[in-house]
Ligand binder design. Structure first.
Ligand SMILES: [Zn+2]
Ligand SMILES: [Zn+2]
Length: 360
């Protein structure tokens, strides 16, 4: 090899060697690109306020889940000795004893978040849930939580209006989509910039054949009344027993096409919901077509409650595999990550600004 060529080669090699360490930290600064998904619906604790801690959750997220909307469950299953004896009920279906609103969940979630480093915190969007949506004071609770724990919360929910078996177990006035208290809550969310994640069954568990879905019109009216609120309708309005109403996809499609609902999004969380979406090749194709036509309006969530391992944490994601396979890469990317990042990033900025303006 003659001398100029060798010098040339040496220069190229030394350039590569010198450049490499500069490239590596750059790559490390933008890890979100390598994550597979964000999770817009996760319960750290269950109906008796037990669960995993947020550091365990970080382990479960590993290098697969980038960001998580984090909340507990606002309802506590009472252990009534008169009713349950020594058999401590852990789930709302395990007892006739009532559920009650457990506001401390918000403080618990805030403290879990605060136990994280700054970098770790960036991967979570804590949500306020500990309010009674039938109470005109609920909006005050939301403001109080933000002022007590500034810099923490991004949204409210998952809170529940109509839910099979649950609504009827809460003493006092049953929650209603037509309650002024709920309007106050959604109005406050718009003013503050909070994302709203709401569970509301579209129908009752065993509807009469041919009847209109019980709560669809009321839900549409509610969303229409709050055009400035970013609302995510959990599970597209389905439940475990509340199966997709006839023409479910057509109902959702009509909503998506109507500009009056431009601020409404749907989460496809819960393994019980995935079960319906991918029940057959036909239903999978209907679901994929619906999402492909409106890829900016759907978000993936797990709806897991304190899962013990990563396999269980991501079982709903895995269950959707046949549907992911039918979606274009772009639609999949939006549902799994980009829609989450767009909505929650915007909310973070707005809520922090509100907190600054209303600090005590
Ligand atoms: Zn739900
Ligand atoms: Zn949930």
């Amino acid at each position: 090899m003659n001398r100029p060529v060798r010098t040339q080669l040496l220069r190229v090699f030394s350039f590569i060697i010198v450049s490499l360490p500069m490239c590596l930290p750059l790559a490390a600064q933008t890890p979100s690109k390598s994550y597979q998904l964000d999770d817009c619906h996760f319960h750290l604790t269950n109906y008796i306020q037990k669960g995993i801690n947020v550091h365990d959750l970080l382990d479960l997220m590993g290098d697969r889940v980038g960001r998580v909307a984090l909340f507990g469950i606002p309802l506590q299953q009472q252990w009534s000795y008169r009713n349950d004896g020594d058999r401590a009920p852990e789930y709302y279906l395990a007892s006739d004893s009532p559920l009650y609103y457990y506001s401390f969940t918000d403080a618990y979630i805030a403290m879990q978040y605060r136990s994280l480093s700054k970098d770790e915190q960036a991967r979570f969007d804590p949500m306020i849930t500990g309010f009674n949506p039938a109470d005109m004071y609920a909006a005050d609770h939301i403001r109080r939580v933000l002022q007590t724990f500034p810099g923490v919360f991004t949204g409210i929910g998952e809170f529940t209006i109509h839910k099979e078996f649950v609504s009827a177990k809460i003493p006092g006035e049953v929650a209603s989509l037509q309650d002024r208290a709920l309007d106050q809550i959604l109005h406050a969310a718009a003013e503050i910039g909070l994302v709203v994640l709401i569970h509301n069954d579209m129908d009752t568990p065993f509807p009469k054949a041919g009847s209109a879905p019980a709560y669809l019109e009321q839900m549409k009216e509610l969303v229409r009344r709050h055009p400035k609120t970013t609302i995510i309708w959990a599970h597209t309005g389905m439940g475990r027993i509340v199966r997709p109403v006839t023409g479910h996809a057509a109902i959702i499609e009509a909503i998506l096409k109507d500009p009056a609902f431009d601020h409404l999004y749907f989460d496809i969380s819960w393994n019980e919901v995935a079960k319906y979406f991918v029940a057959s090749p036909e239903s999978t194709s209907i679901a994929a077509k619906l999402i492909e036509g409106h890829p900016d309006r759907f978000l993936f969530g797990t709806d897991e409650v304190a899962p013990p391992n990563q396999k269980q944490y991501l079982r709903t994601y895995d269950q959707y595999a046949p549907m992911w396979a039918l979606l274009s890469a772009e639609a999949r990317e939006k549902v799994l990550k980009r829609n989450y990042e767009r909505l929650f990033d915007e909310a973070r900025v707005r809520v922090r600004a509100w907190e600054q303006a209303h600090s005590k």
